[in-house]
Design a protein around this ligand. Structure first.
Ligand code: UT7
Length: 350
């Protein structure tokens, strides 16, 4: 064995959606919109949102339980829990710590990470580096959001978009040739004002006035974010593929952030990828920010759209602005899919 760093891979996935279903017809009764507008401009038909009393950590628990079961990992064996979220249960303690206690993951270090819609990919790359260094053997990486709690249901420009959910991955060293082959992370704070939650932090602490002005809700310049998302996701995908030494044609399935079907289609067109090579579930889930990629990835695996040996491209873009991309050769959970020859591809990161 060489002394080269270990490459991390995903050993099990799980997902959990908010328990209430919010349809386009429901939204027609809340704001001046129509099912037709929402379908044509976004591709979304319905989204799942939290029930009363539910919170982000409840979604994380549901997703994590499935991921741990599928990976055959006991929570006590986790070394690291990383929850990517912009909607934690509380500003602090971290949602990751709440989950650590509820799972009984006694020896795990736990922290939250905030990279908005790119959060799961950021988390995956952070876990990969911990594993490569030898500091961590088994990590739980979760993207989880309760966006309905920060959505203004009087603002038709945003309220039709968002859903609540969590997607979890158990991450450990992959067999040689499998796992993360390349990745890319980036950010551009100059675009922070395009998508943000104005109040509730130290700049504009909660007050009766900020609440009256509805400043605790998401505000977005949709058309500007749209343009940047298409351009940046295409570039980020190319950089992770380059780092992996692969080409667009080598990708078996792309799992993009699920913000808007027109964004996904535009990115796929730029990459020359036909619809069957692109995972889409935003029609049923809406935009779940950091949860979108892992929930879509979990669904793709359960639907048999990803087999052992496949090259999978994850790519996301979101508030910050942030973006990230990861290329994996799929190893899968124990017993999942059929064995194929691995390429022996090494790891690299741009
Ligand atoms: O997850 C992080 C990244 N987020 C995203 O990637 C979201 C990116 N942005 C988008 O998906 C799209 O920009 C939206 C779906 C948010 C908006 O679609 P758009 O095609 O960019 O519409 P627009 O904002 O340019 O608005 C076009 C028209 C406007 O009316 P006027 O001014 O032309 O009369 C809006 O007021 O559509 C109107 N409109 C609506 N009409 C009916 C905006 N929202 C709605 C609505 N129902 N829900």
């Amino acid at each position: 064995m060489s002394a080269s760093p270990r490459t991390a891979g995903i050993a099990g996935l799980g997902s959990c959606l908010g328990e209430r279903v919010l349809t386009n017809a429901d939204l027609e009764r809340m704001v001046e919109t129509s099912d037709e507008w929402i379908r044509e401009r976004t591709g979304i038909l319905r989204r799942h949102i939290l029930g009363p009393g539910q919170a982000t950590s409840d979604l994380v628990l549901g997703a994590a339980g499935q991921a741990l079961d599928r990976a055959g990992v006991d929570p006590a064996g986790l070394d690291l829990i990383l929850v990517a979220t912009v909607t934690p249960d509380h500003p602090f303690p971290s949602t990751a710590c709440l989950v650590q206690e509820r799972l009984g993951a006694r020896r795990a270090a736990a922290f939250d990470l905030q990279a908005a819609c790119s959060g799961f990919i950021y988390g995956l790359v952070v876990a990969d580096r911990f594993i490569a260094s030898g500091a961590v053997r088994t990590a739980l990486v979760v993207g989880a959001e309760s966006l309905s709690r920060i959505t203004d249901y009087q603002d038709r420009r945003t309220c039709v978009l968002f859903g609540d959910g969590a997607g979890a991955a158990v991450v450990r060293a992959a067999a040689p040739g499998y796992g993360i082959l390349g990745s890319h992370l980036g950010s551009d704070g100059s675009g922070g004002h395009l998508l943000f939650q104005p109040a509730g932090g130290s700049r504009l602490p909660a007050s009766a006035e900020t609440v009256a002005q509805r400043l605790h809700y998401v505000q977005m310049n949709g058309s500007e974010v749209f343009k940047q998302a298409v351009r940046v996701m295409d570039e980020a995908a190319g950089l992770a593929l380059k780092a992996a030494g692969l080409r667009k044609e080598d990708v078996d399935l792309m799992v993009p952030h699920q913000a808007n079907l027109r964004i996904v289609d535009a990115v796929a067109r730029r990459m020359g990828m036909a619809a069957e090579r692109v995972m889409v579930n935003l029609d049923e889930c809406g935009n779940m920010s950091s949860a979108s990629v892992p929930v879509a990835l979990d669904q793709a695996v359960r639907e048999g759209r990803i087999r052992r040996g496949d090259v999978v491209l994850l790519v996301a873009f979101g508030a910050g602005l942030t973006w990230g991309s990861v290329v994996l050769r799929w190893e899968g959970a124990p017993g999942e899919g059929k064995e194929e020859e691995s390429s022996g591809q090494g790891r690299n990161h741009s």
